[in-house]
Structure formats: C-alpha cells, structure tokens
Write a protein that binds this ligand. Structure first.
Ligand code: TXA
Ligand code: MG
Length: 316
C-alpha cells in the first residue's frame, strides 16, 4: 500500500481511489477533485462532516485559475512568490469547483504544494485531464495531522487497504504545520488560518496590512476549537514550572532541561524545528501511553503564531 513512485499515485487517483500524498506541510488524503464519488470517499475515510470544504491542490497558478474565477493583484503577487509553498488562497469559485468540494460555499480554497513527488503526480494527472486533487490532512477527523507516511498508515491504513488506496511516501514533511489560509476576495489579505507562510511575509510581498478574520468569514474546519488532538491531555505551561514536573511528556526548546521522571518528546532548537517535530511528538506521547503532555509554548511572532494556534486547539 505504501509506494514511492509518483506514477503509481497518478494511477491510483486516476482510477478513482484515494492516495495519501506528501506535501511540505503535512500529508494530504488526495482524490480526483472532478470525481464526486472519489471526493465522497475522502469524507468517509476521515469521518469528516461533509459540509467542511476541502483544499484543491494543483500544479501551478494557471491551473489554480481553472478553479478560482478571479484574484486581486495582491493575491496573484502572493501566489507568484509563495507557490509552490504553504499558502492556500480562497477565492470565488468557477463551475468546476462543485458543492462537494466547497461544502456549498461560493468560494474555493486552492494551493500548489511544494513537494517534488506530489508535483510530479499533479503534472502527470494534468496530462490525463485531471486538473486538481482535493486533499485534506490525511488523519481521522479531529486527530493530529500526519507528517510521515507511517502516521497516515496508523490513522487510515485499514481504510486505504480495503478500498484500493495507497500512500505515496515522500519522507517526513519539512514545515510540519498546515498551510496559511488567506481569503483573497477583497482589497486586503485576511488570514483564516495561520500556517507555514507568516503574516510578515504576506505584508512584505503585498505591501498591505493583513486583516483579522471577519465574523462573516467562511468556515475553516481547522478552526474548530477542539482539533489536532492526541489522546493525552495537552497542557500549555511556562518555562518556570518545568523544574517542578515529575511525570508526563515534555515538548520545549532544547535549552529547557528535562526533570527526572519526565519523558522528553521533542527538544527543538529553532521555531522551524519546533513546528516540524510537533505533530510527531504529540503522536509519540500516545504511543507511549502518556496521560499528559506539557508544552512550553513558543512566544515569538512568525511561525510561532501557527504553532500556538495548533497547540491551543490540541489543548482545548
Ligand atoms: O497544509 C495544508 O493546508 C494541508 C495539506 C494537506 O495541503 N491541508 C489541510 O487540509 O490542512 P484540511 O482539510 O485539513 O484543512 C483545510 C482547511 C479546512 O479547515 C477548510 O475548512 C478550509 O481549509 N477551507 C477549505 N475551503 C474553504 C473555503 N472555501 N473557505 C474557507 N475555508 C476553506
Ligand atoms: Mg486537517
């Protein structure tokens, strides 16, 4: 079921089955976006409510415009610089973006992922007249997102095996947290979900302030209060209290030492390492049957915003 050749992934998707794919953020569970039956399988495999919209993954900005009707110039600038990369643009949909994908909304979310195997697959699919795959994170609904093929197999292996699916193994994910979702329907960027592209990068490229999410903004399922959750309880703590811990798991920057009795789950030295080791650390706590995971929350701006967002939801 685990394959390493993108041609095999292309065949699986073209046949209408599901294939988990590597991206720079997390693994996605991909299906032919133009095949409603395949898209329906994605919801079934994840146990995801069908009104939660999916991101369409495409090979290029040109292909993105098959799904999005129009983009303001600032969003085109953003796409030109950031794609392939951890940016998702939400724009007005074309007729190609059916209700199965958008959950009935009149907007659609699209991105070009930065992973060589997945880009090969997307380009091959294009030649076979399949111009995009939907791909939510390849975990059971509400669980921690997968950053390796093994994580996908743990959550969805049985379903994929039973339904002629596959996992394209592209190694561990670089970024480790999901893409930044930007609403691109107005004069200014609006971040709907913080992620791998920082607020500062968006401002630097567009020259525009980045607005907060409005109350009438479209749904983002990753924005559910409780999400990205391991079985263990996640507790966010300050560095000062680490020394008093006697049990449980610990995720913190390396400079913070591990007290006796505590299981160190990750000891990153940079915020990039923090992000790309976080989900594996949460999963490993469950494998080791720990009841509680203590996390010393990173306080900076930039990628730390996405890390804090996910930790807040995991802890909820
Ligand atoms: O990094 C990522 O974005 C990963 C990889 C696999 O590409 N994908 C991912 O997909 O995180 P998922 O389904 O777990 O989260 C996508 C989010 C959902 O929360 C969904 O609600 C939101 O995108 N979304 C999709 N279409 C939308 C729309 N039209 N308006 C607002 N949000 C939308
Ligand atoms: Mg997800």
């Amino acid at each position: 079921m685990i394959v390493t050749d993108p041609h095999e992934a292309t065949d699986v998707i073209a046949s209408g089955s599901l294939c988990a794919i590597p991206t720079e953020t997390v693994y996605g569970l991909a299906a032919d976006a133009s095949n409603p039956d395949s898209v329906a399988h994605v919801f079934a495999a994840k146990g995801r409510p069908t009104n939660h919209p999916l991101i369409v993954h495409v090979a290029s900005l040109d292909e993105a415009m098959l799904w999005i009707r129009e983009l303001p110039q600032w969003a085109i600038d953003l796409a030109r610089v950031c794609w392939p990369g951890p940016l998702t643009l939400v724009g007005p949909r074309t007729t190609r973006a059916t209700d199965h994908i958008t959950g009935g909304q009149d907007t659609v979310a699209v991105r070009v992922p930065a992973h060589s195997l997945t880009l090969k697959m997307l380009n091959e699919l294009s030649l076979r007249d399949i111009h995009g795959v939907v791909a939510p994170s390849a975990n059971r609904f509400g669980h921690v997102s997968p950053t390796s093929a093994q994580h996908v197999a743990a959550d969805l292996g049985d379903y994929l095996t039973a339904h002629d699916g596959a996992i394209l193994d592209g190694g561990p994910c670089d970024v480790g947290v999901e893409s930044t979702i930007v609403l691109a329907t107005g004069d200014q960027p609006v971040i709907l979900r913080p992620g791998g592209i920082t607020r500062k990068t968006i401002t630097d490229i567009t020259g525009l302030p980045v607005a907060e999410q409005g109350t009438d903004a479209p749904r983002v399922s990753g924005a559910l209060a409780s999400h990205y959750s391991p079985k263990a309880s996640v507790q966010l703590i300050n560095a000062e209290i680490v020394a008093s811990l006697t049990t449980g798991g610990l995720i913190a920057f390396r400079e913070i030492s591990t007290p006796v009795g505590v299981t160190r789950l990750a000891a990153p030295t940079t915020i990039e390492e923090f992000a790309n080791s976080l989900y594996a650390a949460l999963r490993s706590a469950d494998e080791q049957h720990l009841d509680v995971i203590y996390v010393v929350t990173p306080q900076d701006e930039g990628l730390a915003e996405a890390v804090r967002d996910r930790l807040g939801r995991a802890a909820y």
